[in-house]
Design a protein around this ligand. Structure first.
Ligand code: PLP
Length: 443
């Protein structure tokens, strides 16, 4: 054994990583914002590029020794521009949230009004929600979805006319429809606002041509690189031709917002991994991957519906499903079902549903998706099996109800968790899950 290896230097962390490897291998990863990266991406992330400081941009650095790093970053930029067809990109954001904050710095003054989708309706914190910095330093006006979970575009029109925002966001974390980018740009233009499309969840689907594209409409497009795009944790900000037409300085403003506005030295190992991701995403096999994600999500939705489970929107147009658990559990069923699926090693997350009769901590829905399972090579056949396993788990716990009285809830959860950990059906599903995952290796 190499005495500098992790195994030798820190047994504790080494063994925790081994434990996580087993968890990722033996369970079904169905959180729609997660994925499995390629070995090539992980090689970059573990590389010596992490040793370098490179504040600034290619050929304009504040530190010496950046000849090689410049090439890495330029390559990442060129690949992003080509893949998405944009004239400008910044690949330095540490993740999606700082990428979005940089857009505010570049386009707004503190106190300016911005518009985004309400968080409990599926929106993201960084679109002006009150507990986020974006809702503290800017005035967030939130639009909503209707009872089918679709953005209420009439309300967006009305709010835009009333509040005259400087910046309007589309994008969501729990939305089963494709976005209508064309309508949004019309609204933004009517009040002179910047229109930013946050494609964090669906970037990979857009690349694969199975989701509407914002690049003809939005001024700015932000994304994470680690969701359907299947790269390292990271973010990118792109400016489109329309964006440069609206404001020729917009690219420079974004650059200054990231550095020195918001960040210090870029994570060069991450930049290299993003470059590799973009190369992988420009292959025909990635297009096949993206369209399989959506096919899988549709079959999963059909299977669940056949088993009597209600879905927001009655299905999905992308990679994710939102289960409406009210008909089975009344308010708050998301906690029960996400815990039950957890026992069976099916990882999902509890989520609010439109007009949720309960609260964000005890929401009435569950959100799940197919990007990670599709990376493992699972197809329609496996989705049918998995849909039925999920339905079995829901059946196994349908006697539980979250107490209406808030004081009884902690005790209820404690008792329920103890019981379901020993539930025979859930444990049987767990063993079936383990067997199923065996044929599907992780990259
Ligand atoms: C995930 C996500 C983000 C933020 O990404 P982080 O990398 O977690 O900071 C931003 N916007 C949307 C719509 C997202 O889904």
């Amino acid at each position: 054994m190499n005495k500098y290896s992790l195994k030798f230097q820190d047994k504790k962390i080494f063994s925790l990583i081994e434990d996580e490897k087993v968890r990722q291998r033996d369970g079904l990863e169905m959180i729609p914002s997660e994925n499995y990266t390629s070995a090539a991406v992980r090689e970059c992330m573990g590389s010596i590029l992490t040793n370098k400081y490179s504040e600034g941009y290619p050929k304009k650095r504040y530190y010496g020794g950046n000849e090689v790093i410049d090439e890495v970053e330029i390559l990442a930029q060129e690949r992003a521009k080509k893949l998405f067809g944009v004239p400008y990109v910044n690949v330095q954001p540490y993740s999606g949230s700082p990428a979005n904050l940089a857009v505010y710095l570049a386009t707004c003054n503190p106190g300016d009004t911005v518009m985004g989708l309400n968080l409990p309706d599926g929106g993201h914190l960084t679109h002006g929600w009150k507990v986020s910095a974006t809702g503290t330093f800017y005035k967030g006006v939130m639009y909503h979805v209707d009872e089918n979970g679709r953005v209420d575009i009439d309300e967006v029109w009305r709010l835009a006319k009333e509040h005259k925002p400087k910046l309007i966001w589309t994008g969501a974390t729990a939305y089963v429809y494709q976005y209508d980018f064309e309508k949004f740009v019309e609204i933004a233009q009517s009040v002179g606002a910047y229109f930013a499309a946050d494609i964090a969840h669906v970037a990979g689907l857009i690349v694969a041509g199975v989701h509407t594209s914002p690049f003809k409409y939005a001024h700015i497009v932000t994304t994470t690189t680690h969701k359907t795009l299947r790269g390292p944790r990271g973010g990118m900000i792109m400016v489109t031709n329309q964006g440069l037409k609206k404001d020729p300085e917009l690219g420079d403003k974004i650059d200054r917002a990231i550095f020195p506005g918001l960040q210090g030295g870029p994570h060069d190992h991450q930049t290299a991994a993003i470059a590799v991701t973009l190369k992988e995403a420009s292959t025909p096999s990635f297009r096949t991957y993206g369209s399989q994600i959506v096919k899988n999500a549709k079959i999963l939705a059909e299977t669940l519906k056949k088993r009597g489970i209600s879905l927001i929107g009655g299905g999905t147009e992308n990679h994710l499903l939102l289960l409406n658990l009210v008909p089975i559990f009344g308010p708050g069923g998301g906690v029960i079902v996400s815990d039950a699926l957890g026992v069976a090693h099916i990882t999902v997350n509890k989520n609010t549903i439109p007009k949720d009769p309960s609260s964000p901590f005890y929401p009435s829905g569950v959100r799940l998706g197919t990007p990670a399972l599709t990376t493992r090579g699972m197809k329609e056949k496996e989705m049918k099996i998995i849909g039925n396993l999920i339905a079995d788990c829901i059946d196994a716990v349908k006697v539980y109800r979250v107490p209406a009285n808030k004081e009884e809830r902690t005790e209820f959860l404690k008792k329920m968790r103890k019981e379901i950990a020993l539930n025979k059906i859930l444990l049987l599903v767990r063993s079936k899950v383990k067997k199923l995952t065996r044929g599907f290796i992780i990259p």
